[in-house]
Design a protein around this ligand. Structure first.
Ligand code: BT5
Length: 324
């Protein structure tokens, strides 16, 4: 199925907007006119638009915004990120795929993109809602030479890259909620999942997962009050995923290289410029330690959240869920 469809699409691309006759298609592909018509119908269901004219054949008018690997790589202005890019229509989780590629020796910068995830992952075993056609579900493989305790900083580096990219592309004022959420009007539009594999004290690799709700029109009831998408916040206008992914990979590489060369201090002010809860009272719910309440006053050089307690002490929070 897929293979014949790919061939059909190639023929239409070669025709450059001109008509291709049904006869030419069935001859080139060695299948019946009825089979061609079935494939065209399926492509239409996927968002391809064809004009059909008797005797002339079919003309491809528009391709859907699906971030196929070739489309993402075309004209991509990076040295490493996206050098190897894999696209899947459906996958359990792009994180699972990137872990497998990493273990098989894939190079730094390898990217996995899916149109749909059926087992999208959040932190601590939570799930990430990733329906087809509506978001950017992507994982990036990084192999930095980093001490283990610095790895959480990469979540903050990625947050800055995503906020700056989406602000540039859409003007939408995303805000960062430490550590891994990006919000619009108080609702979550993006989540970041940073997983690492290490041997003794050395980082083997980092699987950086990014989920962005792009054109989702609605959410299941349990997310309806807490989630939003770029299109919901723009009166139904959704940016195209493919160019957004390209700009994001370029920005992410720029900030990642800056971070590797100059350290977190080069990123910190850019993170603070978009931070949501500085100066606000918050509750930090931690795994295996007490829940703390205080005023979020900033982050330290490690990327840990600084919490000013009632008694004037400052607590460093390394990992938590924050309620505001
Ligand atoms: C995260 O976890 O926010 C990390 C999400 C990372 C997703 C990307 S997609 C590509 C890559 N492949 C994967 O499998 N994952 C990564 P956490 O902070 O634990 O938040 C999870 C919580 O966010 C859930 O328990 C829900 O309450 C909420 N949630 C789930 N899906 C959402 C969505 N699409 N939009 C907004 N909120 C969502």
């Amino acid at each position: 199925g897929t293979n014949v469809k790919e061939q059909i699409l190639r023929l239409f691309k070669e025709a450059n907007g001109q008509f291709v006759s049904g006869e030419a298609l069935s001859e080139a592909l060695g299948c019946s006119r009825t089979a061609i018509w079935k494939h065209i119908s399926e492509l239409r269901a996927q968002g391809y638009q064809f004009e059909a004219v008797r005797r002339s054949g079919y003309r491809l008018l528009a391709t859907p915004d699906i971030p196929y690997a070739e489309q993402v790589k075309a004209g991509l202005n990076t040295q490493r990120l996206g050098c190897e890019t894999h696209f899947f229509e459906t996958v359990e989780s792009t994180q699972t795929e990137i872990h497998a590629l990493a273990r098989a020796g894939a190079p730094e910068g390898t990217v996995v993109i899916a149109d749909e995830q059926v087992k999208g992952k959040g932190r601590l075993g939570r799930s990430w809602h990733s329906p087809p056609g509506s978001g950017i579900w992507m994982s990036v493989l990084l192999r930095p030479k980093l001490e283990l305790q610095r790895c959480p900083q990469l979540t903050l580096v990625a947050a800055v890259a995503i906020v700056e990219t989406i602000r540039e592309q859409t003007g939408l004022p995303l805000m960062i909620k430490w550590p891994n959420d990006l919000l619009l009007n108080g609702k979550k539009v993006c989540g970041i999942l940073t997983e690492l594999r290490a041997e003794s004290d050395c980082v083997d690799y980092i699987a950086l997962g990014i989920g962005i709700n792009v054109s989702s029109a609605s959410f299941p009831s349990e997310l309806a009050d807490i989630a939003t998408s770029l299109s919901i916040e723009q009166q139904g206008q959704a940016p195209l995923r493919t160019p957004l992914i390209k700009r994001l990979l370029e920005k992410l590489e720029e900030l990642y290289f800056l971070y590797v060369e100059q350290g977190f201090s080069a990123i910190k002010p850019r993170w603070e410029a978009h931070a949501l809860m500085l100066g606000k009272p918050i509750t930090a719910r931690r795994v295996n330690s007490a829940t703390l309440q205080g005023i979020a006053i900033g982050i330290d050089e490690q990327g840990a959240l600084l919490l000013r307690m009632e008694d004037g002490r400052t607590e460093h929070i390394y990992s938590a869920d924050i309620d505001m």
